[in-house]
Design a protein around this ligand. Structure first.
Ligand code: ZN
Length: 127
């Protein structure tokens, strides 16, 4: 399941297309303005490496790298991207009490409202 997680995370950050079932397939890096395929992704191993901007790691470290958060923060963001039932998220959540992440709706939704609306569409389409 890790392979799906990393594909979803890369797509979330703007990757055009994540090849599935490959060991180290070249792809355009979604973390910088990449014109050629500077990055490699292994959906089989759930790992990513960009040779230009040095973004690298597994699903959690990519989120931490991109968002500048710690592991707990990455778990929360992944929960928002993948949903609470995703195995990659459940595994991370086992390390701390589960709580809702994107419950900002209504009055003080702020910038999260657009984000969570997008996520809902995604969940509706995918689940
Ligand atoms: Zn990059």
């Amino acid at each position: 399941m890790a392979e799906q997680a990393i594909a979803d995370v890369l797509a979330h950050y703007g990757a055009d297309c994540v090849p599935e079932g490959y060991k180290w397939a070249p792809m355009k890096c979604p973390f910088h303005d990449d014109r050629s395929a500077s990055a490699s992704v292994s959906t089989e191993r759930g790992s990513f490496k960009c040779h230009a901007c040095e973004a690298h790691g597994d699903t959690y470290s990519l989120v931490m790298w991109k968002e500048g958060c710690d592991f707990a923060g990455a778990v929360e963001i992944l929960t928002g991207i993948l949903g609470t039932e995703h195995p990659a998220v459940s595994k991370g959540n086992a390390r701390k009490p589960r709580r809702r992440v994107f419950d900002a709706e209504g009055a003080n939704a702020g910038q999260h409202s657009i984000f969570s609306a997008g996520l809902r569409r995604r969940f509706d389409a995918g689940a």
